[in-house]
Every structure is written in C-alpha cells, then in structure tokens.
Design a protein around this ligand. Structure first.
Ligand code: NAP
Length: 352
C-alpha cells in the first residue's frame, strides 16, 4: 500500500464510531481524516462531543479534531476523503449513505441498504465473491462510489459458525441469543430496565437475523444473489453484559457427522482474509473451547483481538443434529472490525 487511504467516520461519537477510531489507530492502510455526527456534536471538539467508553485512552490528536455535520458538503470541507465508514442509526443511514456513495466507497454498519438487491452484504471469510456486486451496482446506479454493507452483529458470528457446517448439508437452524448492552448503542438500554433482568425482545433483531443469514450464505451468479434455502428461526434477548453476544445454536444437518468432525470443521475453517493476510484478519476465524463452561463473554470476547468468534459445548442434539454455543465481540467482530475487514478486502481486490 503506497499511502494510507483517508477515511471519514459517520456516527463517529457512537458505540461503533468509537470502536472504529480505536481500531484505526496505527492501521497500516487507513487513517482518520474526518469525524461526523449529529448537529448536537457538530462544531465541537471530539473530546467534548463524545463520552469515550473504549478500554484504551482517547488518542489526544483525535480528541482535538472538530466534529462535522453529516453531509457530503461538510465532510468535503473538513478534509480530503478516500472512503467512508458509516455507523449511523439505521433509520437515518439510507439517504445519507446514498448521497456519499455517488462519489465515495461507503462501508456501512447500518441496516438501511443490506437487503438491496445490488448491494453486497459481506462477511469476508464467508462470501467474498459477493463483492462482485459492486461493479453491478455502480453500472446500474451510475455512481463513482458504492455501498457495501456488513450484517447485523448477531448475524455475523452465527453465519461464520454456519459456513463450515455447509459441507454437512445445512437444513434447519434455531438460534437463541443473549445480546450485550453495547449492541444497543450509547447510552442504550436504561440501567433500571436491565439491572436484575433479561429483556426478551430486541426490535427488528429476529427479522434481520433470519433474512440476512440467507443472503450471506446464498450464491452469486454474476448478476444477483440467490438466497440459501435452509430454514432459520431466531429468538433474541438483551442481557446485562457490556460486550459480547452469546448464542445458543441448534442445527439440523443432512448428514450425521460426529462431534469431533464438527469440531474439526470449525477449527480448520479459514477464508480469503486469512489467505490474503489482511491487516484485521484473525489467524483463526473460529476458536473452539473445550471447557464445559465456555465460551463466556467476559473471558472469551477478546479472542483474536475481538475478531475471532468462539464456539464451545459442541454436542449431539436429540431433535436436531448438533448444538453448540457461539460468542462474538459485537462492537469488534460484529461492527467496526467487520467494517474494517470488508474495506481491506475491497482494497485488496482493487475495488476501493
Ligand atoms: P449509537 O451509539 O447510538 O451512535 C449513533 C451515532 O449516530 C452517534 O455518533 C450519533 O451522533 C449519530 N447520529 C444520531 N443521530 C444523527 C443525526 N440525525 N445525524 C447525524 N448523525 C446522527 O449507535 P451505535 O451502536 O454506534 O450503532 C451505529 C450503527 O451501527 C447502527 O445502525 C447500528 O444498528 C449498527 N450496529 C451496531 C452494533 C453495536 O454493537 N452497537 C453492531 C452492529 C451494527 P451524536 O453523538 O451527535 O448524537
């Protein structure tokens, strides 16, 4: 990479925006050029606009940057940008990302465009070939830039774990999630609603999981993605954990592999980011824990710097074929880290 690409982060003050800033520190290919947020934050120094909740200190030079409004004109006035990361709320992201994509590559964490037919929904280890939708989209919309999206956080970790099971013939999946508080953004769920409690509902989460997984594991025929044909049922819960979604997964397969064969398929799983040695790629996309009481969010969410997913308690199921627990760091593998890895893959393929 000759010189670093300059990036704008939209939604820079939020839970995902902060994680982008943290992960971009010292990144070999990208550097932060512009920070944008709502009109509440625009015009303020970043350190005054945001309540920094990352584990590492706010980098002083980032704290001194002035936050801009979230529109193309304001961002262009603030700096020379090569690509855009969007961590905007889903209901706002649609038209804003469209405006930016006319001129810039936009890598989005928001749900607005995920299911658009000409927009890639990417997990770099799972469906890197779907990035070929970018030239299709550019031609159709006559854009210089494009929109590429990452899935919902709870979808990413589930689908990474399902991909190696495709070889056994995936027929049905049932998943029950226990999702961390940071998944609801900042400040998120009121403390009095979640202390001493579990909330058995997350708005639109089950629908996203059920739809996105089929697109991700679908096949691309050069023009469009044909959804995968297995059935998926999701039940989503918010729990009193800061970071790290834990999922209880039940899978019906066409064949009947042993627990050891399933474990081996998880362990051996590698994707294009590992082959290309992309900067944010974890060495092991899936880490298998053998202890009976793992994975646990507090102890296991930082595996592979938060980019590995962790599975455990793999066992036979009397109704389905196998069941296991699956953990992922929702703001790293499920959000900012996913966005970075997708952008790295697009750059490596000469698309951005
Ligand atoms: P968040 O903490 O609520 O942050 C929202 C960001 O958007 C803030 O920077 C906020 O700026 C900005 N914003 C709000 N209203 C705006 C407006 N009218 N104009 C411009 N900017 C505005 O949310 P988050 O958790 O970071 O989530 C961001 C996106 O990522 C969402 O689409 C979410 O669904 C998705 N996502 C989140 C996670 C996760 O684990 N949190 C995982 C996957 C995907 P101000 O500070 O100025 O209000």
């Amino acid at each position: 990479m000759s010189s670093k690409r300059k990036v704008a982060i939209l939604g820079a003050t939020g839970a995902v925006g902060q994680r982008f800033i943290q992960l971009l520190q010292g990144h070999p290919w990208f550097c932060v050029e512009v920070l944008a947020a709502s009109e509440r934050s625009a015009g303020k120094k970043y350190k005054d606009a945001c309540n920094w909740t990352m584990e590492s200190n706010l980098p002083p030079e980032i704290g001194e940057m002035t936050v801009t409004d979230t529109n193309v004109e304001a961002v262009e006035k603030a700096g020379n940008v090569d690509l855009v990361f969007s961590a905007l709320p889903g209901d706002l992201a649609g038209p804003v990302e469209t405006e930016f994509a006319k001129a810039y590559p936009v890598f989005s964490k928001a749900s607005a465009h995920r299911m658009d037919k000409d927009v890639p929904l990417i997990i770099p280890e799972v469906n890197p070939d779907h990035l070929a939708l970018i030239p299709v989209q550019r031609k159709l919309r006559d854009w210089k830039g494009f929109i590429s999206t990452d899935p919902n956080c709870s979808t990413i970790q589930l689908v990474i774990s399902l991909k190696p099971l495709m070889g056994f013939g995936l027929s049905q999946v049932v998943v029950s999630t226990m999702q961390a508080l940071s998944g609801a953004g900042y400040p998120g769920v009121p403390s009095l609603d979640i202390i001493d409690n579990v909330i058995p509902y997350i708005s639109k989460e089950e629908e996203k999981l059920e739809a996105e997984a089929l697109k991700l594991l679908g096949s691309f025929n050069g023009k469009e993605v044909r959804n995968a044909s297995f059935k998926l049922s999701a039940s989503c819960n918010r729990v009193n954990v800061k970071d790290g979604h834990l999922e209880s997964v039940f899978v019906k397969l066409d064949s009947n592999p042993s627990v050891e064969e399933v474990e081996e398929a998880f362990r051996r799983f590698q994707g294009e980011p590992q082959r290309l040695k992309l900067p944010s790629a974890p060495e092991h996309p899936i880490v298998v824990k053998k202890e009976q009481n793992r994975p646990q969010p507090r102890y296991d969410r930082d595996e592979g710097k938060g980019m590995s997913i962790v599975v455990g308690r793999i066992r036979k199921d009397p109704i389905m074929t196998v069941k296991y627990m699956c953990l992922g760091h929702n703001t790293i593998r499920g959000a900012a880290g996913a966005g970075l890895l997708s952008a790295e893959l697009a750059v490596a393929k000469g698309l951005a």
